[in-house]
Design a binder for this molecule. Structure first.
Ligand code: C2E
Ligand code: MG
Ligand code: MG
Length: 413
């Protein structure tokens, strides 16, 4: 044997929805599932590769030889394909899915088995983040990304302690009267050096580390405190998947409502479909408790993911928010228009309110109103602004309604 022949490849396999199956159907079924998956992997590996269970729902496969990496990648693809199909568990059919990370050593680079394991783990998480049911090779870029994420996470912790977050509020208007009927709380981060960082950048990082739970509690408390004075106006707060999955969340929410005295009936939590897809069991349980408080639930960003119309029937929402991309596309594309109209029809039949997001033009406002949206949010009417500016808009609107002025109050900041 030549040293150069000794390529070593390591695959780390994590089952995508094992936890849900285990929580939902119990440990006996969970154990059966693990055994079936192990069986499948062993069968696909054959004599060529060695398969291990690392614990829980994690498996590893190792392979040695001149082109071990390529062969192992082929094996992994077969495993993903096979586990992407339903497995028979007693009378049930379950699709468990698998995410895989791959790494290799050429025998000369001095990578030990613990480094290979670490690299495959990093790659496996990249597979999860990219949408699961796939395999990813480790690369140095993945490490750099992770390093950058860790740094940002540390900064976020500091930012919360240093009060670098602010809440801004974007008014939603009634589609007919164009009066402010609600505000959506949107978080902002102004770093000590004055640089603004958008939520699209830091929320995903905070989600990954779990720190979103602390940020989310802060955001909710701040928003309930600010909005207390905005009588008759609904308050929407975005809730991330990690928060909804947190069994503590309903308790935290209850405390905040009590502490601030904010009426539950005026609060609306915006969730996205991913919140419900990832861990439907805990999420549904939490939603039931939250609903029990009298808090409303809106489905945010509808039309971007795979949330179908069937989804609306399966879970109950008080409100549907049509994503800006759907609103924009509906202006030009027949298919998007049809999808928008049919989702509005279903939402209406299920007694849900419908808000169009990201309305920037008068044409869009007219179109979504004609399509049946009852509320509109977008820069045509208002951008997000600090609490004191909302105070001003609302008091001006109140003053205007006391005088015989034009019925349509259209505030332009
Ligand atoms: P979202 O919940 O869908 O919020 C609407 C986003 O659309 C906001 O971006 C808003 O500023 C933007 N927008 C509103 N009207 C228009 C318009 O007419 N045109 C365009 N181009 N954009 C418009 P923002 O504030 O950057 O927030 C982005 C996302 O970050 C939010 O999307 C939400 O998913 C998340 N987010 C914001 N605040 C929080 C928070 O406190 N907690 C959590 N978990 N997520 C948050
Ligand atoms: Mg939202
Ligand atoms: Mg949205």
């Amino acid at each position: 044997h030549h040293v150069a022949d000794e390529e070593i490849a390591l695959a780390l396999i994590d089952l995508d929805s094992f936890k849900q199956v285990n929580d939902h159907y119990g440990h006996v079924i969970g154990d059966q599932l693990i055994r079936q998956c192990a069986e499948i992997m062993r069968e696909i590996c054959g004599e060529e590769a060695r398969c291990y269970r690392l614990g829980g729902d994690e498996f590893a496969i190792t392979m040695m030889g001149p082109v071990a990496g390529n062969i192992l990648e082929g094996i992994c693809r077969k495993i993903i394909e096979r586990l992407g199909k339903p497995l028979q568990l007693g009378k049930r059919e379950v699709v468990v899915g698998a995410s895989i990370g791959l790494s290799r050593s050429n025998g000369r680079d001095g990578l030990g088995s613990s480094e290979l394991l670490r690299r495959s783990d990093v790659a496996m998480y990249a597979s999860k983040r990219a949408g699961k049911m796939r395999c990813t090779w480790f690369s140095e870029d993945l490490d750099r990304n992770r390093e950058a994420q860790r740094e940002m996470d540390t900064e976020l912790r500091r930012a919360l302690a240093n009060e670098e977050f602010q809440m801004h509020y974007q008014p939603l208007v009634d589609a007919e009267s164009r009066e402010i009927v609600a505000v959506e709380a949107l978080i902002r981060w102004t770093r000590a050096d004055g640089q603004q960082v958008g939520p699209h950048i830091f929320i995903p990082v905070a989600e990954e580390s779990g720190f979103i739970n602390a940020i989310g509690v802060w955001a909710l408390r701040r928003a309930c405190t600010d909005a207390l004075a905005w009588d008759g106006i609904m308050l929407s707060v975005n809730i991330s998947a990690a928060q909804l999955r947190n069994p503590e969340f309903p308790i935290q929410l209850g405390h905040i409502l009590e502490e601030t005295g904010f009426p539950a009936e005026r609060l609306e939590l915006e969730i996205t479909e991913t919140c419900l897809v990832l861990d439907p069991v805990v999420a549904e349980r939490n939603l039931a408790v939250i609903r029990g408080f009298g808090v409303n639930i809106s489905l945010d960003d509808f039309g971007t993911g795979y949330a179908s119309i069937g989804f609306l029937r399966q879970f109950r929402f008080e409100k549907l928010k049509l994503d800006r991309s759907l609103v924009v596309d509906a202006g030009s594309d027949e298919g998007s228009r049809a999808m928008m109209l049919s989702s509005i029809t279903v939402a209406r039949a299920l007694n849900m309110g419908v808000t169009a997001e990201g309305v920037e033009t008068e044409e869009q406002a007219t179109m979504v109103r004609a399509a049946g949206c009852d509320q509109i949010q977008g820069w045509l009417f208002y951008k997000a602004m600090p609490a004191d500016q909302i105070d001003q808009h609302l008091s001006r609107a109140a003053a205007a309604s006391e005088w015989p002025q034009p019925a349509i109050y259209k505030g332009v900041a």
